[in-house]
Design a protein around this ligand. Sequence first.
Ligand code: NAD
Ligand code: AHE
Ligand code: ZN
Length: 375
Amino acid sequence: TQGQVITCKAAVAWEPNKPLVIEDVQVAPPQAGEVRVKILYTALCHTDAYTWSGKDPEGLFPCILGHEAAGIVESVGEGVTEVKPGDHVIPCYQAECRECKFCKSGKTNLCGKVRAATGVGVMMNDRKSRFSINGKPIYHFMGTSTFSQYTVVHDVSVAKIDPNAPLEKVCLLGCGVPTGLGAVWNTAKVEPGSTVAIFGLGTVGLAVAEGAKAAGASRIIGLDIDSTKFDRAKNFGVTEFINPKDHEKPIQQVIVDVTDGGVDYSFECIGNVSVMRAALECCHKGWGTSIIVGVAASGQEISTRPFQLVTGRVWKGTAFGGFKSRSQVPWLVDKYMKKEIKVDEYITHNLTLEEINKAFDLMHDGGCLRVVLSV
Ligand code: NAD
Ligand code: AHE
Ligand code: ZN
């Protein structure tokens, strides 16, 4: 297949909110600096649903969504040296070129090399898509487009991993689990004995809990409007639960009251701007830090009284938990292989690519964390 167009199955999002359609898609060979990957397993993340909903200002249609996956390199373009056909890989929506000013700054995991292209659904080389249906181009998504049996990614957007790692599990290390763990370890840098509040107990929020427990947090307060989330969250390290619906007072006040002035760290893992405000305001005066993890819809803005910051609270955000993707995804895979981090526990359903619309429906179900599709 090397050097040839591959025709394979992919789930195409033709329009916002319209069921995805399994189509025969032509996938062009990788050009210079590109890698064609056979995707074996992909999970669904809330961000796929967000873009599909039409609320993402970067959402382009028709496109192939999906960004939490694992597969095997099928072929590589000219000049690609770090991966070869047969390598087991995880596509990384946050690239790492190790050469741009972001990568060299030592201050961020964001990479500038291909972001301009991935934000508009094309490849960097020729600003075109490698996907088409009978000559009509289909946009890429987040530089990954994993809801396809084959995809083309930039070489700076693919992490080579241990070939012994089970791809049907470690696909989760492409987004949600690292995001939560890294929000705690890299962005907040939670210290032992800290108090933590987590808004939203989906996969990302539970991974925050897991990270906070590992960091030695003394209290991990989980908040969700769905109380059925609480039982499971205990296994991930949450020590106390609050359902905002059970309280008349603003939720930030409820937390301040039970924590002698507020928590040391809070995490918003929902994507709701009014919850982001509460998450900042439930932090302790003088030092409390709130991390925005959730992705909010186009047009949404955050607000608070500047006095909240003047008096020492800190507002931060995180992308992929601050992890340098190509360097650290293999390390996360190794940690999973050594049973130092959970992955299996976040997988509640297994389906096939053909059942992708059912998988999106399942995401609204309180019992669902990650659905893994065999592709
Ligand atoms: P999810 O839908 O599984 O989890 C969200 C949880 O929030 C659910 O349990 C829901 O019941 C709860 N919730 C909803 N409204 C609430 C409210 N008002 N108060 C309290 N709880 C509420 O989603 P997920 O896959 O865990 O992703 C969470 C968010 O993180 C999404 O916005 C996603 O787009 C974003 N995300 C960001 C990054 C990043 O790099 N920054 C990476 C992955 C995901
Ligand atoms: N396209 C959206 C922004 C989406 C967003 O913030 N994405 C996160 C990852 S979510 C993964 O589930 C991210 O890493 N952002 C940094 C980046 O470079 O995109 C919008 O609102 O425009
Ligand atoms: Zn995601």
